[in-house]
Every structure is written in structure tokens, then in C-alpha cells.
Design a protein. Structure first.
Length: 93
């Protein structure tokens, strides 16, 4: 187990929420960190795709989702989808 220091005000917020939910503070903080990291990861992958540094298929793989779900995420992020016939052929191979 690793120890991480957090600002006092964040700890107090986490403590208050953990009491109201009836869970251990360490469990709450772990859950919040997991969720936050997932959001950051998704934003990072979407930005990589927006910059065309990765393909749509690669973005889907990085997020462990299928191509259709990735298309929906890109649409919600207002990212134009460039999906060529070559990419399609590569993805189905």
C-alpha cells in the first residue's frame, strides 16, 4: 500500500461524504480516484484522436470499448470522425 498526501480541505470533504455513505474513508477515496482517473484517461484518448495521433479503433481499444461506443464518445465530444475505407479494412482484418 502506498500513502498519498491530500490537502486538508479535500480530506475533510471525503471524511464528510464517507460518514454520510457509511463507508470507510479509504474505500471512498479509492473509488473517487478510480473514477477520476477513468475520466482523465477518456479525455486524454479523445484528445489524441482529435489530434489524429491515434485511429478511432486504437482509441476504442485504449478505452476497452467497441468502435460504436467510441464513435458515440467522439460525437459527444464534438470531434469530427474521419473513418476511411482503409481504416475500416485495417480494423476488420
Amino acid at each position: 500500500m502506498k500513502v498519498v498526501k491530500v490537502q486538508e480541505n479535500l480530506y475533510k470533504k471525503a471524511e464528510k461524504i464517507s460518514r454520510s455513505q457509511g463507508v470507510e474513508i479509504s474505500e471512498l477515496v479509492s473509488q473517487a480516484l478510480r473514477q477520476g482517473l477513468e475520466v482523465l484517461s477518456e479525455k486524454n484518448v479523445l484528445e489524441l484522436y482529435r489530434a489524429r495521433k491515434i485511429t478511432l479503433q486504437k482509441a476504442a481499444e485504449m478505452l476497452s470499448i467497441d468502435i460504436w461506443e467510441m464513435i458515440e464518445k467522439a460525437k459527444k465530444a464534438d470531434i469530427h470522425i474521419d473513418y476511411t475505407m482503409e481504416e475500416l479494412a485495417e480494423d476488420v482484418a
